[in-house]
Write a protein that binds this ligand. Structure first.
Ligand SMILES: Cc1ncc(COP(=O)(O)O)c(C=O)c1O
Length: 443
């Protein structure tokens, strides 16, 4: 990191105590970040691990992670090693002894977080890529359908559409709610139960809708699917796919116990990992349904089969579905430290903090006559996303008014746009109070 002149002038370099100066003859003055002792029970100390601009209230934390210090350091370490000796560093950590393969360590850390097995994890570069691997890899037949909702994010819906073009299968989209007052776990579960038809081969849901902030009862829907499957032949079981990105990292839940067959999420949002990282979790039996789309360099059997001029033997495994070729490995491997960082603070404490801050925001907005809140107040029906509208103002105008006060919100890029906030562990109650004050001034 080169220290900017303005940082010297403002005195922030010494004030932060996060960096030490080193003299490098080649580069001049450079700074190295020293481990900044974090108190995992102190939110201000946790916030100090991030480089987020301090003059801004960051309320779009669902979007793309700012990475904490241990993750930045891991990335910097890998990058330096790659720059110094790319062949050996990759050979030693990608193709060497099993215990030294860093991608496996990412899978181990992820498995610990989802309470599953490392062999159940495929590494991807995003939620979108994981979903595409699933739909593209499932052998759908023309008479079969994917049952989904009208609330999916564009890339999830589009992943289904592109796969349906390939397989000739159809897609049916149901509307689960129009208004937040209609949102209840029982109602949603019954709607899905009634919508399942004999032709339904896949049910595709999203844990937390990024257009409304509504959190679905994913596990209860899973129970409905398990019941429906009891009456079905083995080769016609419903496969349950979940886009879990806005619950993964901000809801205290074992993904392996969600009742779904495939769970796709980026690790570059709520998990606070490097950009361009993600995973799919599925049990061994579910992976067997998938035909890999992109050749993997993390699996030995397909490569051995190629060398021996034969077809790969055995059922598809998670690592066969992790897309190759060479990746931004410094990012993929930095996910280990992201899971460690979250573990240090505690999954439940993070979930409680996210619920508390977004809850305070919702309650404040609910009091304002000029604001229509679209996200349910109940914590079990929401997570870290809060959507609303201001009477007589376009969402973009609201976002721009907030930006004038250094508050970063977003206007949702859905058919029906809303104003969207997302408080994370980097926020304080003061951030919420300031935001509510500015929102009140828009009356
Ligand atoms: C519900 C939902 N799914 C998927 C995505 C895409 O995530 P990724 O960038 O990891 O592909 C988004 C984007 O924020 C989203 O809101």
């Amino acid at each position: 990191m080169v220290i900017a002149r303005r940082d010297f002038l403002k005195g922030t370099v010494t004030a932060s105590l996060a960096s030490s100066l080193l003299l490098s003859p080649a580069v001049g003055v450079i700074a190295r970040e020293l481990p900044l002792e974090m108190d995992p029970h102190d939110w201000a100390s946790i916030r100090a691990q991030f480089k987020l601009a301090s003059e801004v209230v960051h309320l779009s934390n669902f979007f793309l992670a700012s990475t904490p210090l241990p993750v930045r350091e891991a990335m910097a370490r890998h990058r330096q090693a790659f720059d110094e000796n790319p062949y050996t560093y990759l050979e030693d950590h990608m193709f060497g002894a099993a215990q030294d393969m860093l991608w496996r360590k990412v899978c181990v850390a992820a498995a610990d977080y989802v309470n599953g097995q490392a062999e159940e994890i495929a590494l991807t570069t995003s939620t979108t890529q994981g979903l595409s691997m699933i739909y593209n890899g499932l052998r759908l037949q023309p008479h079969q359908e994917i049952l989904t909702t009208t609330h999916e994010w564009y890339t999830h819906d589009e992943a289904m559409r592109l796969a349906s073009l390939k397989w000739g299968a159809s897609i049916r989209r149901i509307d689960l709610y129009q208004h937040r007052d209609e949102v209840s776990a029982e109602r949603i579960v019954e709607q899905v139960r009634h919508a399942i038809m004999p032709a339904t081969r896949v049910v595709a849901m999203t844990w937390v809708h990024s257009g409304t902030g509504v959190r679905l009862p994913i596990k209860d829907i899973g129970t409905v699917i398990i019941e429906a499957n009891r009456k079905r032949e083995q080769n016609n079981q419903i496969l349950y796919v979940v886009d879990g990105v806005h619950g993964f990292g901000c809801i205290d839940q074992d993904v392996s116990d969600l009742g779904c067959d495939f769970f796709s999420s980026g690790t570059h949002k709520w998990i606070l990992g490097p950009h361009g990282t993600g995973l799919v979790w599925a049990k061994e039996a579910s992976w067997a349904h998938i035909i890999p789309t992109i050749p993997s360099i993390m699996a030995s059997e397909p490569a051995n089969a190629w060398r021996q001029e034969r077809a790969p033997m055995g059922a598809t495994q998670a690592c066969w579905v992790s897309p190759g070729g060479f990746l931004a490995f410094e990012n993929q491997w930095g996910v280990i430290e992201a899971f460690e960082f979250i573990k240090q603070i505690g999954r439940k404490r993070i979930a409680d903090r996210v619920a508390q801050l977004n809850g305070a925001l919702k309650e404040g907005l609910e009091q304002m006559h000029h604001v229509t809140l679209h996200t349910p107040l109940q914590p079990e029906l929401s997570a870290g996303i809060v959507c609303c509208e201001v009477k007589g103002m376009e969402p973009r105008a609201v976002v721009s008014a907030l930006k004038n006060h250094s508050i970063i919100a977003s206007a949702t890029p859905y058919r029906q746009s809303t104003v969207r906030f997302s408080a994370g562990i980097v926020n304080s109650t003061a951030d919420i109070e300031k935001t509510l004050k500015v929102m009140a001034s828009l009356a």
